[in-house]
Design a protein. Structure first.
Length: 258
């Protein structure tokens, strides 16, 4: 497996695990980490033995944002020329379902990374926020767009304009978090959820994720048309025949990912 310096990467059964590992900087997302997380996710995505990816951090921090020290001296021209965080577009584009397992701080780019994932499982210690306004900037990895879609305009505006952090319970009530679990159970819960997802057939997982993405990006009529096409297309897969005959025969399906 490729050597990484800022993340730990492990395959457990059909699940790919990516652990952010810059403890000295609370997992701040520097450009090397962005490249490595994306490379690892893209590699798992290309592996048909993988049905789910989990991204997690440490107990204290999922990620405390983009690396402020790396960005501090950059000019607008530098920022535009380097496409500093362009790698994240490739991360967001993986077809495999991705779970963010968040404990501690998920701030700025850390909150935005969680929002690039499909499911956010939060420890009761998690803290979410977009504090960029305190640094004289604004979210730059999707926060102004994805947070509104998750929690609505007024909640997003309050968080982005004030820089206030919110705890896990508030984030769940607001719709940012899929589920809150006790901090000590976070990795077990993430494992169970990821294993459950990874046990499904890949064609239907890919189709479901693509249809969910379409809902975020298109008007309702276009999204419904996308869903109708994708739903019909799955009837040419072996997994659909297996899933439905298993139901009729009252047994568990044995998906072959075809
Ligand atoms: N960048 C770099 N280093 C960081 C970051 C960060 N985002 N966050 C923490 N660190 C470092 C600290 O500097 C400190 O290092 P050192 O020991 O060398 O001084 C170490 O991590 C531990 O941090 P603290 O001592 O501050 O720990 P505390 O427990 O006291 O505080 C906080 C924790 C509250 C999380 C605090 O560290 C903090 O406020 N961090 C910054 C949070 C923040 O502002 N995040 C937003 C960053 S900007 C951003 O994400 C923009 C994204 C879009 C970019 C897209 C570009 C195209």
């Amino acid at each position: 497996m490729t050597e990484y310096e800022t993340i730990l990467v492990e395959r457990r059964g059909r699940v790919g695990w990516i652990t952010l590992n810059r403890p000295q900087a609370l997992n701040a997302l520097n450009s090397q980490l962005a490249q490595e997380v994306t490379a690892a996710a893209v590699a798992f995505d290309a592996d048909h033995g993988i049905g789910a990816i989990v991204v997690t951090g440490s107990e204290k921090a999922f990620a405390a944002g983009a690396d402020i020290k790396e960005m501090e001296s950059m000019s607008a021209a530098d920022m535009r020329a380097t496409d500093h965080f362009g790698a994240w577009d490739d991360f967001a584009a993986v077809r495999t379902p991705v779970i963010a397992a968040v404990s501690g701080f998920a701030l700025g780019g850390g909150c935005e990374l969680a929002m690039m994932c499909d499911i956010i499982l939060a420890a009761d210690t998690a803290k979410f926020g977009q504090p960029e306004i305190n640094l004289g900037v604004i979210p730059g990895m999707g926060g102004t767009q994805r947070l509104i879609r998750a929690v609505g305009y007024y909640k997003a505006a309050e968080l982005i304009l004030s820089g206030r952090m919110m705890g896990a319970e508030e984030a769940e009530r607001a719709g940012l978090v899929s589920r809150v679990v006790p901090a000590s159970d976070l990795l077990t819960e993430a494992t169970t959820l990821a294993d459950t997802i990874a046990s499904k057939g890949l064609p239907s997982l890919y189709a479901a994720k693509a249809a969910l993405d379409a809902a975020m990006e298109t008007p309702l009529a276009d999204g419904l048309a996308h869903e109708k096409q994708a739903f019909a297309a799955l009837f040419d897969t072996a997994d659909q025949k297996e899933g439905m005959s298993a139901f009729r025969e009252k047994r568990s399906p044995d998906f072959t990912n075809r």
